[in-house]
Every structure is written in structure tokens, then in C-alpha cells.
Design a protein around this ligand. Structure first.
Ligand code: ATP
Length: 306
């Protein structure tokens, strides 16, 4: 059995590394903004951001024409409020955030920020207005300090530290022998998923955008890390227009509105309480997740006792 389990363990490691590399390539693509299909119209004006109201109007989209992904999605995130999108894997949740960044354009319908169609504004100004905390953060092969300052290059060391404190990563960084000068990334210290996400949060705090997109991690973090990250996210989303792409449901309870996206259409919308009372898809997802969380807890306890 040992002979068999070693190669399996090894293959698991390789699989995770390859998967990570693919995710990073996806994020890199986002960072480099390399979608040649999307070009600014000549003389496109910059986005004039006021309060940061976001509106999707009957948005339709497909990556390949024969496979519609969004089939008429309409919703609004009022300025300063939080809307969470939940739904089964592949429903099109992350696609909504890619359209908001204009990495792709809707085939029909419009996306408006403070009344301006984002298809008609200059892309740099659009992306400057939106902060993204992605599922898997790309770290540059540089110091932790550099990776946080990426949010705003002219930030002072004190501001970097304050952002890190708000993102609950300062204590970890300060405990390292080289502190903020510690090299990270491929050739440096490898950070855990939760630590990387907190670096991304600190980066976003420094950027201070009026609109936030939080793409929640798919994988389960341990409950302490999840709590810490949740606190940090709550803090940065306060008073900012926030769209939460929720792959788990723990972050959505306090959202002003929850949308259930299923195969490209919104099938339910409401608050956590109203959707639970409705007893539909959201309620079923919630119950299933609670059962899964409970099972995980039991397993963990059994492992600890063994
Ligand atoms: P999950 O919760 O699993 O992350 P999701 O709801 O965020 O899922 P999306 O990432 O929006 O789902 O993807 C929606 C569908 O579009 C999926 O079926 C996916 O395979 C497909 N898709 C995503 N990106 C591309 C792409 N670049 N080209 C073609 N199809 C894509």
C-alpha cells in the first residue's frame, strides 16, 4: 500500500502545481490586460466616477457563440452597498466580474457605472476605479512590501504597514526576520492561500477604489483564517460598492442583496433571511454547505483525537 500511496501522493502534488500554474496564467492575463478584441474607441473619455453605482442591464454573453453563458442578467449594486452572487459551479459568476472589468464585452445589454456605459469609456480609467481581490493572487518575485505597494506606488512605508494591519497580515510579516523586505513568490517565501489573499486585500486597501470585486476562494480555508479574512474584507467593503462572487456561502449572509445565478440567469434574489424562508435553491445550497461544514468539523476532530 505504501508503494502505491507514495506515487499517488506525488501525482497529487504535481497536479496541484500544474493547476496553480494555470490559475496564475489566467490572473496574469488579467493583469496584462491582453485581450486584443477589446479596444477603446478613438477619443473615449475617462470614466467619471461619482458614488460608484453599478448596473447590469439585460447582459448576454458567450465565450463561444454556440454556448451562451449569460442569458439576460439585470441587477444593480447601489453605491456603497454589497451584492453577492451565488450559484452552482460554471453558472457564470466570475464571468460577470470579467465583463465589469471589460476583459470581454457583452454580446447584448449594457453595463453602467454611474450612468456611463463602460463600453464607451477609456479602459485604464475603468480599471482604476475597480479593486479586485481575486481567488488566487499572483505575487511578483519581489518583496512582500513591493507586492503590497503595487496597489499604489507612491504609498509611504507607514501607509503600506497600515494597509497590512487592516488586512490582518502585518503581524505575520513583522514576525519574519526580514519583515517587509522578505522576498516572496516563486523564488522566495511561499505564502499560503490565505496569506496571499491578505496581501491582495492590503494591496486593494492601498488602491482605495470606489468599487470592489471580491472573488471568494473556492477552496475551504481553515475556520480561523476564514474569519480573519472575512473581517478584513468586511472592513474594506464598508461604504464601497461591492460585488462578491461567492463560491462558498459564508461571506454572503450580510449582503444587502443575494442573487442566485443558475445557467446564466438570475433565478432567485433577496436577503439571506428572505431566501431561506423561500426554501428554494439558495436554502438548499445553504443547508448542503452547513452539512458539509459539520461533516468536515467531525472529521477534523476525529483526526485530532486519533
Ligand atoms: P465557479 O464557481 O466554478 O468558479 P463560475 O460560476 O464562476 O464557476 P465562470 O467562471 O463564470 O463560472 O464560467 C462560466 C462558464 O464559462 C463555464 O462553463 C466555463 O467553462 C466557461 N468559460 C469560462 N472562461 C472561459 C473562456 N475563457 N473560454 C471559454 N469558456 C469559458
Amino acid at each position: 500500500l505504501i508503494q502505491l500511496s507514495m506515487p499517488l501522493h506525488f501525482m497529487g502534488m504535481i497536479y496541484r502545481e500544474i493547476k496553480q500554474a494555470l490559475i496564475d496564467i489566467d490572473d496574469m492575463f488579467q493583469i496584462l490586460h491582453r485581450n486584443p478584441e477589446i479596444a477603446d474607441r478613438p477619443g473615449a473619455p475617462p470614466l467619471a466616477v461619482g458614488q460608484g453605482n453599478v448596473r447590469f442591464e439585460d447582459v448576454r454573453f458567450a465565450y463561444n457563440p454556440d454556448r451562451p453563458i449569460l442569458r439576460g442578467v439585470s441587477f444593480e449594486v447601489p453605491a456603497g452597498r454589497t451584492v453577492a452572487i451565488v450559484g452552482p459551479s460554471g453558472a457564470g459568476k466570475s464571468t460577470l466580474s470579467r465583463l465589469l472589468f471589460r476583459f470581454y464585452e457583452p454580446r447584448a445589454g449594457r453595463i453602467l457605472i454611474d450612468g456611463q456605459d463602460i463600453a464607451g469609456v477609456e479602459q485604464g480609467s475603468l480599471r482604476a476605479a475597480i479593486g479586485m481581490v481575486p481567488q488566487d493572487t499572483v505575487l511578483f518575485n519581489d518583496t512582500i512590501g513591493y507586492n503590497i505597494r503595487y496597489g499604489r506606488w507612491d504609498a509611504s512605508p507607514e501607509e503600506v504597514r497600515e494597509a497590512a494591519r487592516l488586512a490582518q497580515i502585518d503581524r505575520f510579516v513583522s514576525g519574519l526576520p526580514e519583515g517587509y523586505d522578505t522576498p516572496v513568490g516563486e523564488r522566495g517565501l511561499k505564502l499560503s492561500g490565505g496569506e496571499k489573499q491578505r496581501v491582495a486585500i492590503a494591496r486593494t486597501i492601498l488602491k482605495g477604489p470606489p468599487i470592489l470585486v471580491l472573488d471568494e476562494a473556492t477552496s475551504a480555508l481553515d475556520s480561523f483564517t476564514e474569519r480573519e479574512i472575512q473581517d478584513a474584507l468586511d472592513r474594506i467593503s464598508r461604504g464601497r460598492t461591492t460585488l462578491v462572487i461567492a463560491h462558498r456561502l459564508s461571506t454572503v449572509v450580510n449582503a444587502d442583496e443575494i442573487l442566485v445565478l443558475d445557467r446564466g440567469i438570475i433565478t432567485e434574489r433577496g436577503t439571506h433571511e428572505s431566501l431561506l424562508a423561500e426554501g428554494g435553491t439558495y436554502a438548499a445550497m445553504w443547508n448542503r454547505q452547513r452539512e458539509a461544514d459539520a461533516a468536515r468539523e467531525i472529521l477534523k476532530r476525529a483526526e485530532e483525537e486519533a
